[in-house]
Design a protein around this ligand. Structure first.
Ligand code: ZN
Length: 397
């Protein structure tokens, strides 16, 4: 009898939790600050690999993490699309504009379902109308080609954040990758022009994004900016020692600055044992990898190809959702609940944590937060409220 009562009580608690998380998720403004879908439709190597078959408003299940219908299914309200190219592209500014064109074209086809928001007021209005809010963030300061006028032009087209670097440094800011691995750097951090870029972004109301920058650049930004910054897609260094992650002192500085850290779902950034597993995978497939490299296949595309081909092995490498959730807990324990959010990096990463297969799975994050005992108010902050606060602080004159 006692056992039956216990089982019944577990059953009802689970039912209650199931109702609660769905309700909280649908009432919250859910924001993801980093998605690389636009890159998939413009990057030459990716387009060739995928036969140019990707349109955001088609059913792309099984092909990408993202499409319009699945974002709605996942209860996502705001997607900041990343405008991105590597440092090798010859005309990055032109490339950025092509990506923005591709988003504008989708929105023009679906004015009742999607809207491009240029500020927080437009964002809130569109959320009320149950439209998917699309925003833009530039990934990689090289896309402004060392000209403030091009920064202004990207702002005019809707870009509301810019990572000062990608993995490649610019002439005016050094990246986490270069600060960690390049021995012959002639400078580190922000140059005078780099500080001008930060100042101009502050004036425009374009959020300075410190994801991808090196530590020296990070501290130069913190000492230069007069507005809150974001990390649009970064995780916690103390849980996973990757140069792209943030150390405790950086997390504390972002909190002091009033900014927010949007947690990246990328397995190498959340699971400290992932690098070893990845190494093993590519050793297992060394002959095939070598021949694909020889045939000129792009590294990122090749990774995607091999993970799809050897799906069972790749699936076994995916970290559990609970490990991702530890990054949220860590930041909250260190500085409080006001400084963390979601920056999935969907379609910019080839593997995701278990269960988080695509953009339909955001409710599982809410469920995990409910199970951890966070309040509705706190969960609303994490899902989008914190980012909204930083956006509004950047808009203020
Ligand atoms: Zn990135």
């Amino acid at each position: 009898m006692k056992l039956r009562l216990l089982l019944l009580s577990i059953f009802f608690t689970q039912q209650l939790c199931a109702q609660l998380y769905k309700k909280i998720h649908s009432k919250a403004i859910v924001v993801d600050t980093h998605n690389d879908f636009l890159m998939l439709v413009t990057d030459e190597a990716t387009v060739k690999y995928r036969n140019n078959e990707l349109a955001f408003d088609k059913d792309l299940k099984g092909k990408t993490h993202t499409d319009l219908a699945r974002q709605k299914q996942g209860g996502l309200d705001v997607q900041v699309f990343s405008v991105f190219c590597t440092g090798d592209i010859k005309n990055p500014f032109l490339f950025a504009n092509q990506q923005i064109d591709s988003l504008d074209a989708v929105i023009a086809r679906h004015p009742n379902e999607m809207v491009k928001a240029l500020n927080s007021a437009a964002l809130l209005k569109a959320v009320k109308q149950h439209k998917l809010v699309a925003m833009l963030g530039v990934e990689g300061g090289h896309m402004i080609e060392n000209e403030l006028s091009k920064l202004d032009a990207l702002y005019q087209r809707g870009a509301r954040y810019m990572t000062l670097t990608w993995n490649n440094s610019t002439n005016w800011a050094t990246s986490a990758y270069d600060e960690t691995f390049k021995k012959d750097l002639t400078y580190k951090g922000l140059t005078d022009f780099g500080k001008q870029v930060v100042n101009r972004m502050n004036q425009l109301g374009m959020i300075v994004d410190i994801s991808h920058v090196g530590e020296k650049t990070f501290w130069d930004v913190i000492n230069t900016t007069v507005k809150p910054v974001i990390a649009s897609h970064s995780s916690v260094y103390n849980l996973c020692n990757h140069q792209r992650n943030l150390k405790d002192e950086q997390i504390k500085a972002i909190a002091k600055n009033g900014g927010v850290i949007q947690i990246n779902f990328n397995p190498p950034f959340i699971d400290s044992s992932f690098a070893k597993k990845e190494n093993h995978f590519f050793q297992q497939h060394k002959t095939e990898t070598d021949s694909l490299v020889k045939a000129g296949m792009d590294g990122w595309v090749m990774e995607n190809y091999l993970y799809s081909k050897y799906k069972d092995e790749a699936d076994a490498m995916r970290p559990p959702l609970s490990l991702l959730m530890q990054h949220f807990d860590y930041i909250i324990n260190l500085v409080g609940v006001d400084y963390v959010g979601l920056g999935s990096d969907f379609d910019g990463i080839n593997l995701t944590p278990q269960q988080l297969d695509d953009v339909t799975t955001y409710p599982l994050i809410t469920k995990a937060l409910v199970q951890k005992g966070y309040s509705k108010k706190d969960i609303h902050k994490i899902l989008g409220g914190n980012f909204l606060r930083v956006l509004q602080a950047n808009e203020a004159k």
